[in-house]
Design a protein around this ligand. Sequence first.
Ligand code: SF4
Length: 695
Amino acid sequence: RQVTTDARDPRDTHCPYCALQCGMTLSGAEPVEVRPRRFPVNDGGLCQKGWTSAALLDSPARLTTPLVRVDGQLRPASWDAALDLIAARLSEIRARHGADGVAVFGGGGLTNEKAYLLGKFARVALGTSQVDYNGRFCMSSAAAAGIRAFGLDRGLPFPVTDLAGADAVLLVGANPAETMPPFTQHLRGAIQAGGLVVVDPRRTPTAERASMHLAPAPGTDLALSLGILHAVVAQGHLDESYLDKRTSGFAEAWRIVASWWPERVERVTGVSAADQRRVAARLAAARNAYVLTARGTEQHADGVNMVSGWINLALALGLPGTPGSGYGCLTGQGNGQGGREHGQKADQLPGYRKLDDPAAREHVAAVWGVSPDSLPGPGRSAYELLDALGTEAGPKAMLVFGSNVSVSAPHSGNVAERLSALDFLVVADLVLSETAALADVVLPVTQWAEEDGTMTNLEGRVLLRRKAIDPPDEVRTDLAVLAGLATRLGQPVEAFPADAEAVFTELRTASAGGAADYSGISYDRLRAGEALYWPVPGEDHPGTPRMFLDSFAHPDGRARFVPVDHTGPGEPPDAEFPLQATTGRVLQHYQSGAQTRLVAELNTVVPEAYVELHPDTAARAGLAEGDLAEITSRRGSTTARVRRVPSMRPDLVFLPFHFPGAQRANLLTNPALDPTSRMPEFKVCAVRISAKEGA
Ligand code: SF4
């Protein structure tokens, strides 16, 4: 058994932010401070967000009492009054509109225990099908493409430390130098060997470190993957032996690839044919190579096909399931991996089971002590759910846990309107987020160092974060909130435990036999510091750090090429909206910024929204450095401070999405959805830019 850390001391914990889940230690003295801890993913490194993460523990912005809206104002209330009110209003709305009249919205930062109990709460205590979460906006396209190709999705099917042995890494739509800086140490082998290739329309800090940076026109990544694959085949680098032994479907995929020769791809993407051929040769020449994707290529209305294009390339080179090489997706949110495995998703049950699979329903229903027929079917996906709120056919009430959708969802002007149209909105959060500010009841909940719980990091490794400090007096865990509500809605106390270890024990049973099998993982094993990567199908099983080495998860054991073709962005530029906008993250902020905007050390560095654009583009719009610009799409306008960046494509503007109100980048974004994953097209929409009037 591999033991890589000692988790016996609760002060040895993990960062509350991204999916890397860096190891850190909390100081014993007050105020609590954070120190980096040697842990394989970060090896003693932390980014600025991690270093400053203790600031929110005793922030004056913390919510410390339930709030109930009275005469339009949020006023302090007791827990009993708040929970009684919620139970009464939900019961009334369910009686009037049926079980689907109430929706539940979760988050990819919630612990495994919370994600599990939230899904159970929705389907058992409320009986609603209307449950989904913000991970739908994050990794859903990569998950769907991974399942299609390999039969199973685990972000990285290998430990992140394996990457250090690679002499070539193709990073597509990923900017870890800003989003998870300690991760970049694992790219050192590729950087030293001149084999780091970055595909990104922007010259990001990650692209700066690359040997080759390919900057395709936004929304044309799929064409680029086809061109590089075409070059691999033309150069004689197809791994025919791997294809014979381990894959199926190449001939069908090739029928499309054959017509995408590099010169044709150059006309669509702007990436030269020579560069495409150079990348093909570089990847093929590597002893060990990886293809890694992230949000840049996934958050599109054809995001699943885009990822499939890159997986096809990896398969053609014989990488997935080969020791020292592979394909993986860099998960974003803290529990982006575990959050999609335990049942808070509209179409899933715990153990990464499909909700419409009769055997899965029977297994989980037995664990929950209910009839399989009583479990609702699949509900609306995240954006479709938000878009339906308060409509005649849609939910009239919603409970939100761990998500700030009024800032982070696409077409956020519409989402804010839909939230306002609800009869009843409940938000559980640490702080009064922009979504919480719209609620009828706000519930103050604990954060990472104040509660027990497990997280599954981007490698599929399950980590225990233990309660190290007491929360403020009137703050409760999300599990306690769900338990309190469930009993008020008539559920037996024992069906909704508030204790994290008890919930995890039930989760183990519910996940047994599923794709993400946690049945062999226990708090005792995690406390002892065992490195447990799922699946772990028994207490004596050592876990599965590397997947697919012998066979893939399809019944025939083979990985599948998927025939995919370039279609282009859903909203191409035109005379009215001649530019394209893309969105992303910056080093100092996390997701909607609800937490990091409250940390002075972070917010003083990037205190407001900005827009990056080429100096010529700025000049054409009459904009100078530091001017306030108005950026407009078909859905709305946002304001941002101008940053002229010579490396930007002249047809592109970039906006970080962490800012609220009139600075929301998501006022612009296009809610066109991928037909399979239901991922919105965050990464490209048509816009125009001008000076902000009156600024
Ligand atoms: Fe936290 Fe991610 Fe930064 Fe590590 S890289 S310190 S997990 S935000």
